[in-house]
Design a protein around this ligand. Structure first.
Ligand code: MMA
Ligand code: CA
Length: 209
């Protein structure tokens, strides 16, 4: 599917651009209207892809042909190309369907949650070893710990995802979590292991999209 991945890329790109962190336009119309609704949707997508290609200094081809399949596959191809460039330039890392990015700034836990939300994403939350590695890439390259989207539950020393569910994957450093109710947030160390920590430290802002 074109749209969810495209949204993630847009979120990541605008997060990376200091000028554009307000987010990105919603599609006007849903493509289901009679008449030229579909064409409208396609031309809005095409416009937004071209804009990203412009930002990244990639030339953009005119859409050729007019078959619906044809146009969708051309747009998909251009989105894959954008992803490839962002990867190559080390602006994003990916794992499964997730995209991770940092803006290189630091903030406490609440600032991180807010910045990621404003960019159309959420605070980086590893749910398996490959997502952990994708976040670790930024922690290592900035040599700065990062807060994760995990918090202590009402039961001390039991941690959960921000949206509630119990952790399905953990990578605690040995002897952690150690805070016993005094350290409600979780940071990633530069070896990828986790430490429970007070929420008011300055840490690298890493988001997922
Ligand atoms: C600090 C703090 C804790 C961590 C210990 C590990 C002294 O406290 O970062 O969260 O568990 O170090 O030694
Ligand atoms: Ca700790």
């Amino acid at each position: 599917m074109l749209s969810p991945m495209f949204h993630k890329i847009l979120g990541a790109v605008f997060f990376l651009l200091p000028c554009c962190s307000q987010g990105f336009p919603a599609l006007a119309g849903n493509g289901k209207e009679a008449g030229n609704g579909k064409e409208d949707t396609v031309s809005q997508l095409e416009h937004r892809i071209s804009r990203l290609e412009g930002v990244l200094f990639i030339g953009f081809p005119a859409l050729a042909g007019n078959g619906k399949e044809d146009i969708v596959s051309q747009l998909e191809h251009r989105i894959s190309r954008l992803e490839g460039v962002l990867h190559l330039e080390k602006m994003i890392t990916t794992a499964g369907g997730k995209i991770f990015a940092t803006n290189g700034k630091k903030g406490d836990f609440h600032a991180t949650v807010k910045e990621c939300q404003e960019a159309g994403g959420s605070i980086a939350t590893p749910t398996n070893p490959s997502e952990n590695d994708a976040i670790l890439y930024f922690v290592k390259s900035y040599n700065t710990y990062a807060y994760l989207g995990i918090k202590e539950s009402l039961i001390p020393s039991k941690f959960q995802f921000l949206d509630g569910p119990k952790l399905s994957y953990t990578n605690w450093h040995s002897k952690e979590p150690s805070g016993k109710g005094e350290e409600e947030c979780v940071e990633m160390y530069t070896d990828g292991t986790w430490n429970d920590k007070r929420c008011n430290q300055n840490r690298l802002i890493v988001c997922q999209f």
